[in-house]
Design a protein around this ligand. Structure first.
Ligand SMILES: [Zn+2]
Length: 159
């Protein structure tokens, strides 16, 4: 008899996103993203971080202050990193699992590369203009938005 307590596809891909988020150096927000084909193959993974070659130790991680003294001028979001990390693979019709609902800048990139569904965990910035803009664009472009319902399963990985 086969195992019956194996994890679901949704748990697997959201789990990969959450594991990738653990790579983030951001002291306040760790986000991970995992892009998956329609037939459930992982195409790319990303997390929020400074651009390649920009030393994490020399970059600001502050949230307040002059623009150039904050992370906002520099950090590359998880969704964008996942999109850019895909190599030569087409993302047309793919699904994006992400731990936080995408901002409007990522929403533009998600739409432009043909991702057709966004499965998100948290939406803690719902109601902000950024998220409103994302939702407006996703609706117009026909990108399906699906809230991930946590299964409550605890997955422990010892490394
Ligand atoms: Zn973003």
């Amino acid at each position: 008899m086969k195992r019956t307590d194996y994890i679901s596809w949704d748990e697997y891909f959201m789990g990969v996103s959450l594991l990738a988020a653990q790579r983030s150096k951001d002291p306040n927000t760790q986000v991970g993203a995992c892009i998956v084909s329609q037939d459930n193959k992982i195409l790319s993974v990303g997390y929020n971080g400074m651009p390649s070659g920009c030393d994490d130790d020399d970059m600001p991680w502050e949230r307040e202050g002059e623009m150039l003294d904050t992370k906002y001028a520099f950090v590359c979001h998880a969704e964008l990193n996942a999109i850019l990390n895909r190599g030569e693979t087409s993302l047309k019709g793919s699904k994006l699992y992400v731990s936080l609902f995408p901002c409007n800048e990522c929403a533009k990139a998600i739409i432009q590369c043909g991702i057709s569904e966004v499965i998100y965990c948290e939406n803690k910035y719902a109601g902000t203009d950024g998220v409103k803009a994302s939702m407006k664009m996703f609706e117009m472009a026909g990108v399906k938005m699906t809230q991930y319902i946590p299964s409550g399963r605890k997955i422990t990985i010892e490394v």
